[in-house]
Design a protein around this ligand. Structure first.
Ligand SMILES: *[C@@H]1O[C@H](CO)[C@@H](O)[C@H](O)[C@H]1NC(C)=O
Ligand SMILES: *[C@@H]1O[C@H](CO)[C@@H](O)[C@H](O)[C@H]1NC(C)=O
Ligand SMILES: *[C@@H]1O[C@H](CO)[C@@H](O)[C@H](O)[C@H]1NC(C)=O
Ligand SMILES: *[C@@H]1O[C@H](CO)[C@@H](O)[C@H](O)[C@H]1NC(C)=O
Ligand SMILES: *[C@@H]1O[C@H](CO)[C@@H](O)[C@H](O)[C@H]1NC(C)=O
Ligand SMILES: *[C@@H]1O[C@H](CO)[C@@H](O)[C@H](O)[C@H]1NC(C)=O
Ligand SMILES: *[C@@H]1O[C@H](CO)[C@@H](O)[C@H](O)[C@H]1NC(C)=O
Ligand SMILES: *[C@@H]1O[C@H](CO)[C@@H](O)[C@H](O)[C@H]1NC(C)=O
Ligand SMILES: *[C@@H]1O[C@H](CO)[C@@H](O)[C@H](O)[C@H]1NC(C)=O
Ligand SMILES: *[C@@H]1O[C@H](CO)[C@@H](O)[C@H](O)[C@H]1NC(C)=O
Ligand SMILES: *[C@@H]1O[C@H](CO)[C@@H](O)[C@H](O)[C@H]1NC(C)=O
Ligand SMILES: *[C@@H]1O[C@H](CO)[C@@H](O)[C@H](O)[C@H]1NC(C)=O
Length: 247
């Protein structure tokens, strides 16, 4: 009887661990968060932190497909300009093979004493390495201009978005950003972002509601099945013992 009991308990634990493992797969992997800075002489004007994933559609002879490209930690470089003639700050992120993502920050025309992230420009290349069997290979440029007054932060202050943000660069290309923090128009060599004068995106709570719900559901289901299983095993075990005791 003791042998059967321990086999059952072992089985329960193994099943619980399996369901917990499955829960890991339910939660999508976030793109790695990278740090970017733009320094010109003795001034660091832009400091930015973000994890970025691009969802890009392409065409093959037999289907319309999409590929997710994450801006990696390895092999990614960045540069930029602090004193452009038009008074903007520019951050260039170079990744993969000649892919470029450019962020342009400008004085806000609608919010006093503030700057805003005004433009995002993506240059990407559809090739057979990242887009197997693509028939629409070649270079593509996409430019997104935000409406005046969006993404604004005060001078000497920063912008933060804690939730996962899907930024449409075109009808079909989406830039997904996590842990976005930036500060532009810095006037000294500081590279840390002050935690005062922080502007946040709509719905920034410190966690992503969608991911959070998915995680909560997955953990809940895993935990729930563990409890049900344990009860079932307990009942079976006590019945078995009960039969034996009656005999
Ligand atoms: C980015 O900067 C933060 C704070 O300085 C640091 O903790 C983190 O390790 C950096 N991340 C990378 C990928 O360098
Ligand atoms: C891909 O999408 C376009 C436009 O929606 C459509 O015209 C075309 O037939 C699709 N191609 C394939 C292979 O499904
Ligand atoms: C791309 O990522 C999204 C989640 O952001 C996921 O739903 C989708 O299945 C992924 N597509 C591919 C081709 O991996
Ligand atoms: C990044 O590069 C380092 C050293 O070159 C290597 O050890 C590490 O495995 C690489 N990471 C990824 C994710 O490729
Ligand atoms: C941006 O605003 C700053 C401070 O208000 C000002 O000194 C600067 O001239 C403005 N730049 C442009 C291009 O308007
Ligand atoms: C992207 O950056 C690379 C490296 O800095 C550069 O050689 C290339 O011309 C850039 N491409 C575009 C389209 O700006
Ligand atoms: C946005 O601001 C710029 C000046 O910074 C101005 O030229 C442009 O007309 C404004 N656009 C709208 C839609 O108000
Ligand atoms: C690309 O096409 C080849 C032959 O046409 C096929 O064997 C292969 O599976 C395709 N690859 C993908 C990722 O669709
Ligand atoms: C994309 O932009 C780069 C730099 O601005 C330019 O050199 C290139 O010709 C553009 N490519 C296309 C396809 O428009
Ligand atoms: C920003 O901070 C620097 C020093 O930290 C100060 O000299 C400057 O006046 C501040 N700018 C604004 C617009 O508050
Ligand atoms: C940066 O260097 C310039 C001259 O190259 C100097 O005039 C300026 O005061 C310096 N700024 C700081 C914050 O050290
Ligand atoms: C930053 O600037 C301050 C004053 O302008 C200077 O004393 C300090 O050495 C600079 N630090 C670095 C790392 O350049």
């Amino acid at each position: 009887m003791d042998l059967r009991k321990s086999v059952l308990w072992t089985l329960t634990i193994v099943l619980c661990e399996l369901s917990a493992l499955k829960c890991d797969n339910v939660v999508p992997q976030a793109p790695p968060t990278n740090n970017y800075t733009v320094t010109d002489g003795n001034v660091t004007c832009v400091v930015m932190t973000a994890g970025i994933r691009l969802t890009i559609p392409y065409v093959t002879a037999t289907k319309n497909d999409t590929v997710n490209i994450t801006i990696p930690q390895n092999g990614t470089t960045y540069s930029g300009m602090c004193s452009k003639p038009d008074g903007t700050n520019q951050l260039n992120i170079n990744f993969l093979d000649n892919w470029n993502l450019t962020f342009i920050f400008a004085n806000s025309s609608t919010v006093d004493n503030s700057y805003e992230w005004q433009l995002a420009i993506l240059s990407y290349i559809i090739d057979s390495y990242y887009f197997p069997n693509a028939t629409n290979s070649g270079k593509h440029n996409l430019t997104l201009t935000f409406p005046n007054g969006t993404n604004a932060a005060q001078y000497n202050g920063s912008y933060r978005c804690d939730r996962t943000q899907d930024v449409p660069l075109s009808n079909s290309v989406t830039m997904t950003m996590v842990n976005l923090i930036y500060r532009a128009f810095g006037s000294d060599n500081q590279t840390d972002i002050s935690s005062s004068r922080v502007s946040t995106c709509l719905g920034s709570h410190g966690i992503s509601p969608e991911t959070d719900l998915a995680l909560a559901l997955a953990v809940g289901i895993a935990l729930g099945s563990c409890i049900v299983l344990t009860v079932v095993v307990y009942v079976i075990a006590s019945r078995a013992r009960g039969h034996k005791n009656l005999k």
